[in-house]
Design a protein around this ligand. Structure first.
Ligand code: SIN
Length: 483
């Protein structure tokens, strides 16, 4: 419950524009609900295009001075922001669980994950180096400097309402950009709480602005306003394509973290217990609602039955429930529509010959979906082609490496992929042949602030985190020096 949050100043029911907490111009509001209890937990401003345009003006005004702050000073406030996020880890985790549903321990992990981006990019702010390059003509030099791209629009999803926003705001601010953020309407409280902490850390008015409300109207401003230089988006491929098209009219820079359809391949020589454990965290983290979740589990025929037996036992031991309750491993799905979609994929697979090993149903009318294992799945099923975004492990058989690779790469998506083997030669060859931006070898969790997160194909473009992540927020300028 939000009443258990110690620092009630973190619970904001207003949006944040130019350093001010405010209502929407129209006064319109909407309710945010807890996906575990379906209770309304907060009433938030429902912003329109005009509110968003005001946020863009504020970010543009703040840009003039923020971009000139010395890198070391920007680093210091980002570090302070990270420290404040960590100091309020428990409160932020409760807010996150209440609005999003994930188990409290996972929410605490997400808060630390979000803070790690503020810390990392604070450090990277001091490493935005240029180049001095010899020219073909000896009387010239080529100087390259990196500058902030300008005002950045950040659109973030409900599945990681803290970390996905921190992963965008931190590099933007480190680079000297200002931001207008639109977190998901389903989970705005986590975003508003970290904006409050950013203000307490000393980040100046207008550098971070945050609006929520009328999604198409706000989206139009963020993609078409001339004062916005770049859009960074995490969400579905379908919405990403629409946003890309809308950005074309003003030729904005874009970074897109879109959908995934991760293969998780278990070879005959794998450590089966390690593969089961890796799959459990990869598949059931956040109730299967991550874009790097294992979506298609390919198991070598020779170990299929023993792997399935162990996986089913481990899946049946998972506790489904309200994320605030102790010992819960899997929380609710975000909405009734999400439950209907997941159940539709499961029922259709069953009708096409899949075998149900456990789970396979929602609980009553709630948004809880039982952790599920399906075997005998095949490539013609919709569950093979689509991102499930729910706690459903769909298992496929393969007989050799060539078949495993063809099945793994048989997707329009290219975000994360995983495989388990003890063979060094296969480790290299299979990693190199996978058409994915991220490969986990004998690892089910691949995300951290020091690694480049991002996909290829229809999973998007750009990298978040790592030394590469800041480049998306910088423009390279070439200055020709005549000597
Ligand atoms: C996502 O699902 O969008 C991100 C997951 C992660 O950062 O691990």
């Amino acid at each position: 419950m939000l009443t258990s949050v110690q620092d009630q100043g973190l619970i904001k029911q207003q949006v944040f524009i130019d350093g001010q907490w405010c209502d929407s111009i129209s006064g319109d509001k909407y309710d945010v609900t807890n996906p575990a209890t379906l209770d309304a937990i907060a009433s938030l401003p429902y912003c329109s295009a005009s509110d968003c345009a005001a946020a863009v003006e504020a970010a543009d005004k703040a840009l003039a001075s923020w971009r000139l702050w010395p890198a070391k000073k920007r680093a210091q406030v980002l570090r302070k922001w990270a420290d404040l996020i960590l100091a309020h880890q428990q409160d932020l985790a409760v807010i996150l669980t209440v609005e999003q549903g994930k188990p409290l321990a996972e929410a605490q992990g997400e808060i630390a994950y979000g803070a790690s981006y503020a810390e990392w990019f604070g450090e990277q702010a001091k490493r935005i180096d240029g180049d001095l390059i010899p020219a073909p003509d000896g009387n010239k030099r080529i100087m390259c400097i990196k500058q902030p791209v300008g005002v950045v629009a950040c659109i973030t999803p409900w599945n990681f309402p803290n970390a996905m926003l921190a992963r965008k705001i931190a590099p933007a601010l480190a680079a000297g950009c200002t931001v207008v953020c639109k977190p998901s309407e389903e989970t705005p409280l986590s975003a508003l709480a970290i904006a409050e902490l950013a203000q307490r850390a000393g980040i100046p008015d207008g550098v971070i602005n945050l609006v929520i409300g009328d999604v198409p109207a706000i989206g139009e401003v963020l993609t078409q306003h001339e004062k916005i230089a770049k859009l960074t988006f995490t969400g579905s491929t379908k919405v990403g394509k629409q946003l890309l098209a809308q950005c074309a009219s003003t030729v904005k820079r874009t970074s897109m973290e879109l959908g995934g359809n991760a293969p998780f391949v278990v070879f005959a020589d794998a450590d089966i217990d390690a593969a089961v454990q890796g799959l459990l965290v990869c598949k059931f983290r956040n109730a299967g609602q991550t874009c790097v979740c294992a979506n298609r589990i390919l198991v070598h025929s020779s170990i299929h039955d023993v792997f399935v037996e162990k996986l089913v036992a481990a899946t049946q031991a998972l506790r489904l429930g309200n994320g605030l309750d102790q010992g819960v491993d899997v929380g609710p799905l975000i909405s009734q529509a999400a439950v209907a979609k997941v159940d539709g994929l499961v029922q259709e697979a069953l009708a096409q010959g899949a075998e149900l090993k456990c789970g396979g149903r929602r609980q009553g009318d709630s948004q809880f979906y039982q952790p599920t294992v399906l075997t005998q799945c095949h490539e013609q099923m919709r569950i093979f082609k689509q991102e499930i975004f729910g706690p459903v492990a769909a298992i496929y058989r393969f007989d050799d490496d060539e078949q495993a690779l063809a099945m793994a790469n048989n997707s329009e998506y290219g975000l994360a992929s995983y495989f388990y083997t003890r063979d060094l030669s296969r480790t290299f060859k299979f990693s190199e042949a996978l058409q994915y931006g991220i490969v986990g070898v004998n690892e089910g969790i691949i995300s951290n602030e020091m690694a480049p997160f991002g996909g290829i194909k229809q999973s998007g473009s750009g990298k978040e985190g790592s030394k590469y992540g800041i480049e998306d927020y910088l423009s390279l300028k070439y200055i020709c020096l005549g000597l």
